[in-house]
Design a protein around this ligand. Structure first.
Ligand SMILES: [Cu+2]
Length: 112
C-alpha cells in the first residue's frame, strides 16, 4: 500500500508540462508570463496545460484589467507595473479582454 502511494506521488512529480525540459534540476515550469503593453496582450493567443498559472503584468503606461469574457475572473484595475495571477484548471477556450480597452483581447486555450 505504501509503495502505491509513493509511486503515485512520483508520477505526479513527473507529470508532463507544455514547456521544454529544463537543463537544470528545477521543478517543471507551470507558470507563463503575459504582458499588457501598448494596448494589447502579448502574446495575443496562448495555449497552456491545465493547472498552469498565468502571470499578467502591466508593462505599459495605462491601467488595464484582465477580465474573463465568461465572468470567471476579473483582475480589477491594474496600475502600470502591477501583476495579476490566475491558475487555469478547467480546460476550454477563454476569451480574455481589458474592460477599459475592450479591443485588447487574449484568446487562451487551456488543454488540447
Ligand atoms: Cu486596457
Amino acid at each position: 500500500m505504501k509503495y502505491g502511494v509513493l509511486l503515485a506521488l512520483l508520477l505526479m512529480a513527473c507529470a508532463p508540462t507544455t514547456t521544454a525540459p529544463s537543463p537544470t534540476a528545477t521543478p517543471p515550469v507551470t507558470q507563463v508570463q503575459v504582458a499588457l503593453v501598448d494596448f494589447e496582450f502579448r502574446p495575443a493567443t496562448l495555449q497552456i496545460a491545465p493547472g498552469t498559472t498565468v502571470v499578467f503584468k502591466n508593462q505599459g503606461q495605462a491601467p488595464h484589467t484582465v477580465t474573463d469574457g465568461a465572468g470567471r475572473f476579473d483582475s480589477g484595475n491594474l496600475a502600470p507595473g502591477a501583476e495579476f495571477r490566475y491558475t487555469f484548471q478547467a480546460p476550454g477556450a477563454y476569451q480574455i479582454y481589458c474592460k477599459i480597452h475592450p479591443y485588447m483581447t487574449l484568446s487562451l486555450q487551456v488543454g488540447p
